[in-house]
Write a protein that binds this ligand. Structure first.
Ligand code: TRP
Length: 452
């Protein structure tokens, strides 16, 4: 039995609700917008392979660690450490995660806003009769014009905040349940069209035939960061969701299901986009605009492309929404439980902070793109700092926490609720959390920063 005080807390109502919410968090812009463009930037297959290794070795164990910390404590990402390790410094791991969550939201809402622009463009049939060059110009003009991206970012933030104010069950669960399978079907249709385009073979080769000489230390660090970003780990998002999961749920199963779903969607998105990039003569290292420039070209090559383009961008915006609510929930749960704010006030204040930071990120894609830090504009710099640095550091400490502080017996006790777990599995898991995951993260860091 647990030695901690029993606590009543809002909970997901069904097992399917848990999977849907956690998968809804993981599957988002990271899979469909970010994965293809960074795979393009870092040279394709070798990057993909390293990414998959990081998911399998580090990602899975840290996701499970977050669920354990959350369900065991039934607290927000900061309060969890105060409860499980009172009067220690571990709570700063939670705080770091909340800062990372704010930074991630700052650029996430910008791109989520773009998806709304593309919904509107798709409905207005704006892609029709356009050449690849014109579609490229359409994207460039849009991000450059200061007003519309900011307007859509604001609209997206208001919708996200609205869902959060509506509460855990009603908002998050209902929203995630039925959209994802439909999105998957549309991506599969895009895949089929993309790989049958003339010249698509070069794209498939790029994606699946590794050339390790292209693999820079920057690419390895980015593969690590993206593994965290895509699985929604490192900020306490899944710690917070874990706190809403009841004891009948099998945490190991949930972790495996969510990881597989997330990775499959990313690879399928890559198969839809990279072959088309080669076929249309687009530069694979084009950057954040890659998906927005490439996909409209594919829709023009499909019968019923109009309908598919509308559906696709609507579902992409919804996938962004289910991810954004999960990030916002971390911040709101912290503000409301630790700083004792009302949930509504907590949501409004965190949204205001995010919008201020988001405005800077948005403007740095257009009018202020000459403002750079280390060669990156402020959008890319915010992404780099939060994704490649803060998430892995957060994850490393979460892993150390589960391995060294909670330890074998508590982990066994927690995992045994809702599943038939074997002690040897727990031992392997503890070994990974104590040594393998933290050391691997450290090694990638030192290598990425040029120290080894
Ligand atoms: N995983 C989401 C995506 O791929 C984004 C996301 C949601 C996230 N919650 C997170 C990223 C927590 C980092 C941390 O789009």
């Amino acid at each position: 039995m647990s030695k901690y005080k029993k606590e009543k807390r809002a909970q997901f109502s069904s097992k399917f609700g848990v999977i849907a919410a956690a998968a809804g968090s993981a599957v988002g812009l990271g899979n469909i917008w970010k994965f293809p463009y960074i795979t393009g930037k870092f040279g394709g297959a070798a990057f993909l392979l390293v990414y998959i290794c990081f998911i399998a070795i580090i990602g899975v164990s840290i996701m499970l660690s977050e669920f354990i910390i959350g369900r065991r404590s039934k607290k927000n990402a900061y309060g969890a450490y105060k409860k499980l390790a009172p009067k220690t410094k571990w709570k700063y791991v939670g705080l770091l995660g909340i800062i990372a969550a704010i930074l991630i939201m700052a650029f996430y809402v910008v791109v989520a806003g773009w998806t709304i622009e593309y919904v509107v463009a798709a409905i207005g049939n704006k892609f029709a009769n356009q050449t690849p060059e014109q579609l490229n110009a359409m994207y460039a003009d849009f991000v450059d014009a200061p007003f519309r991206p900011l307007l859509y970012q604001l609209i997206f933030m208001i919708i996200t905040a609205g869902v959060i104010i509506a509460g855990v069950k009603n908002g998050i669960e209902r929203g995630s349940k039925f959209m994802m399978p439909l999105l998957l079907v549309i991506i599969l249709i895009l895949d089929i069209r993309a790989i049958t385009l003339p010249g698509a073979a070069a794209g498939l080769e790029f994606l699946f035939k590794p050339d390790f000489s292209k693999l820079s230390s920057d690419a390895i660090l980015s593969a690590l960061g993206h593994a965290f970003f895509s699985l929604s780990i490192g900020t306490g998002t899944l710690t917070t969701y874990g706190s809403y999961i009841n004891k009948k749920n099998n945490l190991v199963r949930t972790t495996v299901d969510v990881t597989i779903a997330d990775t499959v969607v990313a690879i399928l998105a890559g198969v839809a986009i990279l072959p088309a990039v080669f076929s249309f003569g687009i530069n694979p290292s084009e950057g954040p605009g890659l998906v927005f420039v490439t996909l409209p070209n594919i829709f023009l090559q499909i019968k019923g492309g109009y309908i598919f383009s509308v559906l696709f961008f609507v579902l992409l915006a919804l996938a962004a929404l289910t991810s954004a609510i999960s990030i916002l929930e971390v911040i709101v749960a912290y503000f409301s439980e630790e700083l004792k704010m009302k949930r509504k006030a907590a949501t409004i204040w965190s949204s205001v902070i995010i919008l201020l930071a988001g405005t800077i990120c948005s403007l740095s894609m257009g009018p202020y793109d000459s403002l750079t830090i280390g060669g990156l504009n402020l959008f890319d710099a915010t992404d780099w700092l939060s994704t490649n640095i803060l998430l892995p550091i957060g994850g490393m400490f979460m892993s150390l926490f589960v391995g060294w502080k909670l330890g074998k017996d508590e982990v066994m006790d927690e995992l045994a609720q809702g599943s038939h777990i074997k002690m040897c599995f727990v031992k392997i898991f503890i070994f990974i959390t104590k040594f393998i995951a933290p050391l691997a993260i450290l090694a990638v860091f030192l290598h990425g920063l040029g120290i080894i």
